[in-house]
Design a protein around this ligand. Structure first.
Ligand SMILES: Cc1cc2nc3c(=O)[nH]c(=O)nc-3n(C[C@H](O)[C@H](O)[C@H](O)COP(=O)(O)OP(=O)(O)OC[C@H]3O[C@@H](n4cnc5c(N)ncnc54)[C@H](O)[C@@H]3O)c2cc1C
Length: 414
């Protein structure tokens, strides 16, 4: 079959890899000049099964209320008239009750864990290098209250099969010597040994290179403009470089998936949630963390990518606005300096923002739509790196008519 994969990010490239393994004639189309140039470019780098509890949690409404009154928070909501944003937020609030959030957590963990196994298969096969550190992740807490809430979520994941170790502040400092100077500010943490870190952009670019060697074609600098649909089937994709016929299409365009699809009557609740990252050259390697982690009170993620420290924070509802200013990084810089004050010169940091393609319940979307040869692989929100390889394999399974290795019924498009 001739399959077009729309989007060369963390969702698109592993899909292309598994589709090529199935023997399909695969072409990847992207408007950028290379793979992983949008949301997959400089994310938090965490392979984080321990972060599978969805954002739509019982605590979320309170955090949202606070964000309306303060602008120095990890969560920010722009006061703008955007019916899609408010409709998404209302659906998000409906997913916050505990029973719903616990159920979605188990679904997300299933895919996140499966994806780590699939990633091993991909790395074994391709031997690609991406600054992978597989020593686990440390989730640390600064107050008794946040630790209790964090632990409650972690216990839900533990019941769903995640191996966790609850640790004291002293044990945090033992596991991660870089946190020793701040151990007195922490009440404790959770260590998840099966988690890790890795450079998502490098992984995606390397996997794309292997795909090209294996016959996948790439059309970069090519804008997808629309779909030519006839009798509930896509016949061709219309692009800035002409019309391209196909037997099946994978939509993996991140937050832009919903824009393309709504023009063709396929409604998906994928909305952008903006986040920011700083990448700081490490000047004092002796102060660098040995594994990645999360300061849960500040919602700050950190990881080491070779000789650079990657820091990410902030969830901002501001539509498709991609502007950045120094002000956007004030909160994150303050939180980062509190953990690693002298690791490097923060004024030399590379600043970046990206749009997480988020769904209200936190579950990504797979499967065929009412347009029978149009398949989804999108909506991974804050876990798109963690879920990328598994999502690619699931997508190839669904296109081949195979039953995926895990139950994805809650993530199928309806
Ligand atoms: C600040 C931040 C931190 C994060 N940290 C983590 C983390 O630590 N761990 C984790 O697991 N996940 C993390 N994520 C989430 C993860 O990065 C995303 O879920 C993932 O990158 C989404 O991948 P994607 O392929 O769906 O989207 P993208 O990477 O955005 O890919 C979509 C592609 O579609 C292309 N495209 C869009 N529209 C068109 C068009 N009309 N024509 C042609 N091409 C088009 C784009 O150019 C792009 O290349 C983070 C995200 C952010 C923003």
């Amino acid at each position: 079959m001739k399959v077009l994969v729309l989007g060369a990010g963390l969702a698109g490239i592993p899909s292309a890899y598994y589709l090529a393994r199935d023997g399909h004639d695969v072409t990847v189309i992207d408007r950028q000049s290379a793979p992983a140039m949008e949301t997959s470019f400089a994310n938090g780098s965490l392979l984080c099964q321990g972060h599978s509890y969805p954002w739509a949690s019982p605590a979320a409404p309170r955090i949202m209320m606070k964000s309306f009154f303060r602008n120095d928070q990890a969560l920010r909501i722009a006061p703008k008239i955007d019916p899609r944003m408010w409709s998404w937020l209302i659906k998000f609030l409906c997913e916050c009750p505990r029973a719903r959030a616990d159920k979605h957590a188990a679904t997300r963990l299933r895919l996140a864990s499966y994806s780590q196994e699939v990633m091993k298969e991909v790395v074994n096969d391709t031997q690609i290098q991406f600054h992978h550190v597989d020593k686990g992740l440390l989730y640390v807490y600064r107050t008794q209250h946040s630790m209790e809430e964090g632990l409650r979520q972690m216990r839900v994941l533990e019941q769903a099969g995640l191996n966790i170790e609850v640790v004291s502040a002293a044990r945090v400092a033992q596991l991660e010597p870089a946190l020793k100077p701040v151990a007195d500010k922490l009440v404790g943490g959770v260590y998840v040994p099966s988690d890790g870190t890795g450079d998502a952009r490098l992984f995606t670019a390397e996997l794309a290179r292997v795909c090209a060697e294996r016959g996948v074609k790439f059309m970069f600098n090519t804008q997808v403009l629309g779909l030519d649909i006839d009798n509930r089937k896509v016949r061709a994709v219309s692009t800035s470089k002409g019309v391209i016929a196909a037997d099946a299409i994978v939509v993996a365009m991140g937050s832009y998936s919903s824009i393309l699809l709504r023009n063709h009557g396929v409604k998906i609740d994928v909305f952008p949630v903006k986040g920011y990252s700083m990448t700081v050259p490490i000047e004092r390697p002796d102060e660098a963390p040995t594994m990645g982690g999360l300061d849960e009170d500040n919602l700050l993620a950190y990881s080491v990518l070779g000789d650079r420290l990657r820091l990410t924070a902030t969830a901002e509802f501001t539509g498709y606005d991609m502007s950045i200013s120094r002000d956007d990084f004030r909160y994150m810089t303050q939180a980062a300096k509190d953990l690693f004050p002298t690791i490097g010169d923060y004024s030399k940091a590379e600043l970046w923002c990206g749009l997480r393609p988020a769904t209200p319940d936190g579950n990504p979307l797979f499967g065929a739509t009412q347009i029978t040869n149009l398949f989804l692989n999108t909506g991974h929100g804050s876990q798109g790196w963690t879920m990328s390889c598994g999502s690619g394999k699931v997508t190839a399974d669904l296109i081949a008519g195979r039953t995926p290795d895990l139950d994805i019924s809650a993530m199928l498009y309806q």
